[in-house]
Design a protein around this ligand. Sequence first.
Ligand code: NAD
Ligand code: UGA
Length: 465
Amino acid sequence: MTIKKVCCLGAGYVGGPTCSIMAYKCPDIQVIVVDKSKQRIDEWNSDVLPIYEPGLDEVVKQCRGKNLHFSTEIETAIKEADLIFISVNTPTKTFGYGKGKAADLKYVELAARDIVETVESGFKIVVEKSTVPVKAAESISTILHSKQKAGVEFQVLSNPEFLAEGSAITDLLHAERVLIGGEQSPKGKLAIGALSWIYQHWIPEEKILTMDTWSSELSKLAANAFLAQRISSINALTPLCEETGADVSEVAKAIGKDSRIGSKFLQASVGFGGSCFQKDILNLVYICESLGLQEVAAYWNSVIVINDYQKRRFSLRIVHRLFNTVTDKRISILGFAFKKNTGDTRESAAIHLSKHLMDENAKLAIYDPKVDKQQILDDLSHPYISEDPSRVARLVTIHQSAYEAGQGSHALVICTEWDEFVKLDFRRMYEIMEKPAFVFDGRKILDHEALISIGFEVETIGKRF
Ligand code: NAD
Ligand code: UGA
């Protein structure tokens, strides 16, 4: 079977970049990305894309209007496509059964319903790209088959995405593996072959793993759980280092040289953020609890417990070092995105840190090179963060540069590892700050000895000065 038209439901951080690369590498395929949000689609069709991702602009500019289209015409796109990706959001449920843990599959289910109600004829491959609980493909399949019209046939595949934000384009172009799960029947294998053919336009065949649907779905949750577990493991050593005088970077270097452990993802930090690690682990925990696997659930949940502890611990250290009071003190928050090279703030450690400091009535001067002012204000005004949203207007200012934020502040708090923070002129910064001038490096990116020689009081993660 040859795929000529692909449609993707969801023009987000995954749907947008994934389909852009697909169009870029498959000139023989028409790719149309649709979304319910008109604003998002308008942005994809404009000069300022809705997400910041290095290299994305060039790819979109090259393909848009040729074999890459962004549209709100969902029905037409579904009708015409041979293969439909479901790449919609799967947030943690905030209500009802499983609240705070289970994945909210509302958008996935609605997407499946849109598909079955729209398709009128032919063999359609529906690909679950969103991260979902194990057996979600079965639910999608049940919905599709329950209302399937005569002459229509569906095959559901699982094809989880492993890109990381900030490096999405490189990750997609040079994927270490592509995972495709599907039914092990002749029709299932036909569908797997068709999706595999698309990826083979740029990914070597041996890197395309095919397996049953449930293993594929679980592999995605497991991969994120393992990655987050490494961060919590190194972060769990940081208080020990601070108490004993060991340096966590040296410990990470030493253990990372063991090829069985490896050196990646051992960067101690103020805590991991992002839309997926916490959500996917909570989902895993919920699945384990639902199956009565309490010990397994507790094991994975400890990854989140350590992450929360790490974020809380860092903000307590700031208050403690600033003589146990930050009331009315100006504190510069440098970086608000959950990691560098993205404007995404979902679950960013900076939000939680800011909350704790606002709870102490600190005045926050925030700067991030890629996050919109309104996004920061919205994040901090969320009812989970500020019961009284007026406190944001009272306590928070957003700035156009690190120096503007640093002016007159008692402390700089590095929350995101942006390269430009490493290159700051810290002598100039020291001059414009209140004294004693503190630096709290939550990312371990600065030259601490140099800062101390300028006169700064320095605190970082996993090292005592
Ligand atoms: P997102 O919120 O950025 O985008 C989802 C989009 O889907 C939204 O624009 C929303 O309007 C749209 N949408 C919802 N229902 C729709 C429907 N029925 N039809 C058309 N559009 C619809 O989410 P995201 O970050 O792209 O994540 C999508 C999925 O991919 C999630 O399951 C996530 O866990 C997973 N994932 C994300 C990343 C990442 O780096 N963000 C990486 C791997 C996997
Ligand atoms: C992560 C995974 O890396 C992707 O493979 C996966 O596809 C994606 O989740 C997803 O499912 O959404 P992402 O969250 O975009 O990608 O970014 P990461 O590079 O994994 O960073 C996550 C968080 O961990 C960031 O806050 C980062 O600063 C932090 N981190 C990362 C550390 O604190 N230390 C490290 O050593 C690495």
